[in-house]
Design a protein around this ligand. Structure first.
Ligand SMILES: C[S@@+](CC[C@H](N)C(=O)[O-])C[C@H]1O[C@@H](n2cnc3c(N)ncnc32)[C@H](O)[C@@H]1O
Length: 543
């Protein structure tokens, strides 16, 4: 790449240039329309704010409903007229100094461009677009008094008068095509309404939450997205709320292949799954990573609603044993595939059942495996993930008496011949930390999250809190929270009678409290849903 060097004192003397014979330079042939090359394009796009209105697709594209034909694409062509100084290659440095701030100057970029048809000369593009009605005059020998008054800025016109004998000013056209505009520019020009703000990407699939007013243009939105992001192969719109148990979307294909088998990289692992049949949200990446980092070996994780494994697989990659469960059989299959693909199948114990039953059965199985006396019994879990924010908090009742007398008796029943005097206290030496996710729209969100955790655990968690984390906003005034707390001994080891009395106390407390209940959150969400547009609703549900 050609880089102008800093002008030397000697080069900067006007007398150096004045000695060159002045000559008329013929306009470049055939037309002074210069085909766009990617490097120029990049430079010119950086200039966009300065070029203002000149730089946008022509108004003829407004209202297009499809981009699948050459005629439609040709409507995006426009010739941008720019000023440039053409000068002998040897004088580039001098002119960079002389033009001061008037020219494009990007570090590590070639700012002096080849002049078409003459290897001895260069062009320096100026920071000014010619008015669109300026004829493509080719080159104007400077000083061109009749032309200079048309220049848009006084400072530039003055500089042009002093250009010196060897330089010329040119107005040339730069051809913009549909390839030159970015997605936002295309959609802003085509749609008579504000374009969709953005799309989410999962592997090769882009998914939109289009508003009703976008629907007449959904095809063009899909096609433009494919055009500008060639790596995307499938563009969809989410059509229905997540109302199924497994939390995946109903989708409508807007453009590309009807193929939802994606591969995603997250937290240093590969995940393969059918995005049309399982839940996955790339916006949770940071939250996944937060929990993963807090769960190094020798922790043992238990993910009650594991999906395709964005907590489970990376935690196993940290050499931890992981118990991972999901009720969706397709998610369960993906868990197995992903454990294998990431070479952690020996550490991931996957299951496919309801989360409540899973965690209680697991506790019993762990104790039973210790009672068996066999080497390498199942290790006790130290951290539990519950990410099903719409209802996970309700699953906390499964921890009531999870290590109680009844559970111990069940484990013994599984190992009737065992003579080992082992109980849960010997195996679960430290009580696990539980991370439970929920949505809240209360005024005091953290307090609400804690109150609801306590309510469903049927025990106040205040003295057992590890962290209350505001994960993200999912709609205006509605956030996803994660309450992390250490399972209280009174809950874990409660026998049936104690469990019943804790439930009664909790019920009484809940009656007295006027704090937001789960029903409140759901009810007010519904009201919000009615009032808000579809996009906010779907965003919320996607969380
Ligand atoms: C919001 S997703 C979270 C998945 C994953 N943990 C993540 O962070 O991406 C909730 C998951 O819970 C699963 N699920 C729904 N009901 C369940 C239940 N009763 N027991 C276990 N899993 C359930 C769904 O299939 C879904 O994969």
């Amino acid at each position: 790449m050609e880089q102008p060097s800093a002008p030397s004192q000697a080069q900067a003397q006007p007398s150096d240039t004045a000695v060159l014979p002045r000559q008329r330079i013929e306009p470049p042939r055939p037309e002074p329309v210069i085909p766009m090359d990617p490097e120029w394009l990049a430079s010119l796009q950086v200039m966009q704010p300065l070029y203002g209105k000149n730089l946008r697709p022509p108004s003829a594209v407004r209202g297009l409903v499809s981009l699948d034909n050459p005629e439609a694409l040709a409507k995006f062509n426009v010739t941008l007229k720019v000023f440039a100084v053409v000068l002998p290659a040897a004088e580039v440095s001098t002119y960079f100094a002389r033009l001061g701030k008037l020219h494009l100057n990007f570090p590590k970029r070639r700012n002096a461009l080849p002049f078409p048809g003459d290897p001895q000369r260069r062009m320096i593009i100026l920071f000014y677009a010619a008015p669109q009605d300026t004829p493509l005059v080719g080159e104007i020998p400077t000083p061109a008094d009749e032309f200079i008054p048309q220049l848009p800025a006084g400072e530039m016109a003055d500089s042009m008068r002093d250009l010196g004998a060897s330089a010329n000013l040119v107005v040339f056209g730069v051809q913009y095509t549909v390839d030159s505009w970015n997605l936002e520019e295309i959609l802003t020009a085509v749609l008579p309404v504000d374009p969709p703000a953005s799309f989410e990407q999962v592997g090769h699939v882009a998914h939109y939450n289009l508003r009703d007013e976008h629907l007449p243009y959904k095809t063009v939105v899909g096609q433009a997205t494919m055009l500008k992001f060639p790596r995307l192969r499938t563009i969809v719109n989410k059509t229905h709320n997540i109302d199924n148990t497994f939390r995946f979307f109903q989708m409508e294909l807007l453009a590309g292949d009807n193929d939802f088998n994606v591969e995603v990289k997250e937290s240093g692992c590969i995940f393969r799954f059918d995005f049309s049949r399982v839940y996955f949200n790339s916006r949770l990446q940071q939250e996944h990573w937060r929990i993963i980092q807090g769960c190094p070996a020798p922790n043992v994780a238990c993910d009650m609603m594991a999906g395709v494994g964005p907590f489970a697989i990376p935690i196993a990659k940290q050499k931890c044993v992981v118990y991972a469960n999901d009720l969706n059989p397709v998610a369960f299959e993906s868990l197995l595939v992903n454990a294998k693909a990431n070479k952690v199948a020996h550490l991931v114990h996957a299951s496919n059942q309801d989360g409540r039953k899973f965690v209680r059965d697991l506790a019993v199985r762990i104790l039973a495996s210790h009672l068996s006396g066999k080497p390498n019994p199942l290790p006790a879990f130290t951290q539990v993930m519950m990410n099903l924010p719409a209802i996970a908090v309700e699953f906390l009742d499964s921890f009531m008496g999870i290590f109680g007398e009844e559970a111990e008796a069940e484990a013994r029943a599984q190992q009737p011949t065992s003579t080992l005097a082992l109980g849960f206290r010997d195996v679960f030496k430290v009580l696990p930390v539980i991370h439970v996710y929920m949505f809240t729209n209360a005024e005091n969100m953290a307090a609400d999250a804690i109150a609801r955790t306590s309510k469903h655990l049927r025990f106040p968690v205040d003295d057992h809190l590890v962290k209350v984390h505001d994960v993200r906003d999912v709609a205006p005034k509605k956030h996803m929270f994660c309450v992390s707390f250490r399972l209280p001994e009174q809950v874990a080891y409660a026998n049936a009678t104690e469990a019943a009395s804790l439930s009664a106390v909790a019920q009484k407390r809940n009656h007295q409290e006027s704090a937001a209940t789960d029903a409140d959150v759901v009810a007010s969400s519904n009201a919000e849903d009615d009032a808000q547009n579809k996009r906010a609703r779907l965003d919320d549900e996607q969380a």
